[in-house]
Design a protein around this ligand. Structure first.
Ligand code: NAD
Length: 249
């Protein structure tokens, strides 16, 4: 309890899945949370569920992470509603399984814009507000696909690998200003994102993962919470794998 007391967090792609799990957990730990997503109605429903008619601790808004103006509005909302911004979770992302030759330019651009450019735009918008608070914590959600390759998902691998090093570059740049930046690399996590993976392939993954099961959004959220909190006060530029041992094989 209270590991995020007094802190304000902005979570992109937080309408469902891992981002929503983080929003619920962060509020339980004392934070105020702004959830941004292209699924605006779902962000508002989630915020209403978290607030449950009581004190206003969560808000939902439309945020398309590819748009700098949306990011500015989201950061402004954190300041206007809750007084500032201490934590950014760059969680929004899209996944596809197209291999190198099957990836159209249109698909490539949309994956790069959301998964990679969106993370940069988010950090760019959040840093000045964090500077005003004397520091902050940014957690960029990459993937095990940012650490290892596979036979498909070319654009996804490329963008998640980029998030890993964008994280380290920002960590080095902003360490003197007490803004920590870390990446989290989930393995196979049971959210709507992986509904596109055929059942037999998911079952095969289940057998490869040493823990022999998919992870949950809550299991990733617990690691993100640690990085967002002052418990991780000397942790920056680091990568945290949450994959049931998948990349240890
Ligand atoms: P999810 O599909 O449930 O959530 C992704 C969210 O991002 C959705 O709410 C979606 O509306 C939002 N989003 C998509 N495009 C957006 C945009 N342009 N602007 C704002 N929001 C946008 O999946 P999830 O598993 O919760 O994914 C969260 C993060 O975890 C993603 O970055 C994903 O790549 C990463 N990840 C997921 C897995 C997995 O197995 N589920 C594994 C590794 C990494």
């Amino acid at each position: 309890m209270d590991r995020l007391k007094g802190k304000v967090a902005l979570i992109s792609g937080g309408a469902r899945g891992q981002g929503a799990a983080e929003a619920r957990l962060f509020v339980r730990e004392g934070a105020k949370v702004v959830v941004g997503d292209v699924l605006e109605d779902q962000t508002k429903k989630l915020a209403a569920e978290i607030n449950d008619g009581a004190a206003q601790v969560a808000a939902g808004l439309r945020l398309d992470v590819t748009r700098a103006a949306d990011w500015r509005s989201a950061v402004d909302a954190c300041v206007r509603l809750f007084g500032g911004l201490d934590i950014l979770i760059n969680n929004a992302g899209i996944f596809n399984m197209s291999g190198l030759e099957d990836t159209s330019e249109e698909l490539w651009d949309s994956v790069v814009n959301i998964n990679q450019k969106g993370v940069w735009l988010g950090m760019k918008a959040a840093v000045p507000a964090m500077r005003n608070r004397g520091g902050g914590s940014i957690v960029n959600i990459s993937s095990v696909a940012g650490l290892t390759g596979s036979t498909g998902s070319t654009a996804y691998h490329g963008t998640k690998g980029a998030v890993r090093l964008l994280t380290k570059a920002a960590a080095v740049q902003y360490a003197p200003e007490k803004i920590r930046v870390n990446s989290v690399h989930p393995g196979v996590i049971a959210t709507q994102m992986i509904d596109i993976i055929p059942r037999e392939m998911r079952d095969r993954f289940g057998m490869i993962v040493p823990m022999q099961r998919e992870g949950t959004a809550e299991e990733v959220a617990n690691v993100v919470l640690f990085l967002a909190s002052d418990d991780a006060s000397y942790v920056t530029g680091a990568e945290f794998v949450v994959d049931g041992g998948l990349t240890a094989v």
